[in-house]
Design a protein around this ligand. Structure first.
Ligand code: NDP
Ligand SMILES: O=C(O)C1=N[C@H](C(=O)O)C[C@H](O)C1
Length: 270
């Protein structure tokens, strides 16, 4: 039985993660959860915070306060909080699953360094559908090559802080790699005013923020006379949470290393 702690347990993903662990049949347990000290839910039962009934586990304001209570931490918070949590997990030999997006290149390098002594699994999107979409994008990019213009459009709820989404950026990386391009050189983030004609080698990103959109991603491969669009639309955060819990259970029996959700999901099984 894996003992799971959830960082940011009062957040949108934190609450859904509690429900996702409860939905499993006895191979995992939520044994700890953190909130910020100033959060009004700090000190409350995390089951009640998640709207799932009391679990007799109280939300605490730091990982130090629950260090003996968990094996794997699941972290969907903010880049700053995630990096502090990685340092804590490294020091205390805990595995960590990271869903937080918007990490800088420097923060990603720090994750790589920490993974020499800590099991770390990170993915900008833990859903089966998105990770299958990444495979389809690779196939489409290779087949259509340099004959199309490629644009990535993503839409999320009004509270989302990072843009473009981590998933959109990963989609861009997969497509750029498939075409032998460097995303840092070819990405165009939004357009405004009068500019030059589109350069075919570029990969465009467009961001929509509004209401309660859970997460939509569409990649457009626009050619002459036809265009192909590959879309994924999430309608529930449970798709991300159940992937993350599955990843935590998998990571619980792994040694140090930097893993991805591809290592966990059986995308080739069916
Ligand atoms: N990989 C994936 O599949 C997915 C990734 N995400 C990513 O997960 C992250 C969180 O998203 P979401 O749940 O919507 O955001 P929320 O803002 O709802 O949740 C984040 C929570 O973390 C809390 N928090 C921040 N710092 C700390 C800290 N040091 N200790 C404890 N709690 C802390 C926040 O508190 P407060 O509100 O008080 O600041 C908040 O409750 C984002 O980066 C998002 O992009 C989201 C969905 C899927
Ligand atoms: O913030 C969110 O909500 C989401 N963030 C992730 C991202 O940035 O890609 C994944 C998902 O789309 C929801």
């Amino acid at each position: 039985m894996i003992r799971i702690a959830i960082a940011g347990v009062a957040g949108r993903m934190g609450r859904t993660l509690v429900q996702a662990v409860l939905a499993r049949s006895g191979d995992a347990q939520v044994t700890a959860g953190t909130t910020l000290k100033e959060d009004p839910q700090c000190g409350q039962d995390i089951g009640l915070i998640a709207g799932a009934g009391a679990l007799e586990v109280i939300a605490v304001d730091s990982l130090s306060a629950c260090v003996d209570d968990f094996d794997v931490l699941i972290d969907f918070t903010s880049p700053e909080a995630t990096m502090q949590n990685v340092a804590f997990c490294s020091k205390h030999s805990k595995a960590i699953v990271i869903g937080t997006t918007g990490l800088s290149d420097e923060q990603k390098s720090a994750l790589e360094r920490a993974s020499a002594s800590t099991p770390i699994l990170t993915a900008p999107n833990m859903s089966m559908g998105v990770n299958l979409t990444l495979r389809l994008l690779e196939m489409a990019a290779k087949a259509l090559g340099d004959d199309v213009d490629i644009e990535i459009v993503e839409a999320h709820h009004r509270h989302k802080k990072d843009s473009p989404s981590g998933t959109a950026l990963r989609m861009g990386e997969v497509i750029a790699d498939s075409l032998g391009r460097d995303l840092n050189e070819v990405a165009v983030y939004g357009r405004e005013g009068i500019g030059d004609e589109r350069d075919r080698k570029t990969i465009g990103f467009a961001t929509v923020r509004g209401g309660d959109i859970v997460g939509d991603h569409t990649v457009i491969f626009a050619g002459e006379g036809e265009r192909l669009e590959i879309s994924h639309k999430a309608s529930s955060r449970m798709t991300f949470a159940s992937g993350a819990v599955r990843a935590a259970i998998w990571l619980g029996s792994r040694g140090p290393g930097l893993y991805s959700i591809d290592d966990v999901l059986d995308l080739d099984a069916n």
